[in-house]
Design a protein around this ligand. Structure first.
Ligand SMILES: [Zn+2]
Length: 87
């Protein structure tokens, strides 16, 4: 029943007006409280590979933690992610 929707949720979702502003490795630093919150992927329970920062339409910032697999599927959907990674 949910099978056809599965692929849709296997990558980072952006709402209208949102854009990806950054991406960093979890080991790159930051405060412990953030690390704990982002220690595992938002879409499965695997360890986080990259944390994506997203600017919302309201000017706020939210973070999404992605494992290797979900990061790759997200990068495929959002070319700017690939650009940030190689920068
Ligand atoms: Zn994942």
């Amino acid at each position: 029943m949910y099978g056809s929707r599965h692929q849709e949720s296997s990558r980072i979702q952006l709402n209208v007006g949102e854009r990806i502003t950054g991406c960093f490795a979890l080991s790159a630093g930051g405060c412990d409280r953030i690390l704990e919150e982002l220690a595992s992927c938002n879409y499965c329970l695997h360890p986080t590979y990259r944390v994506i920062t997203v600017a919302t339409a309201a000017g706020l910032e939210r973070r999404a933690a992605l494992c290797v697999r979900h990061f790759i599927t997200s990068a495929r959907a959002f070319p700017e992610l690939k650009k940030l990674l190689s920068a």
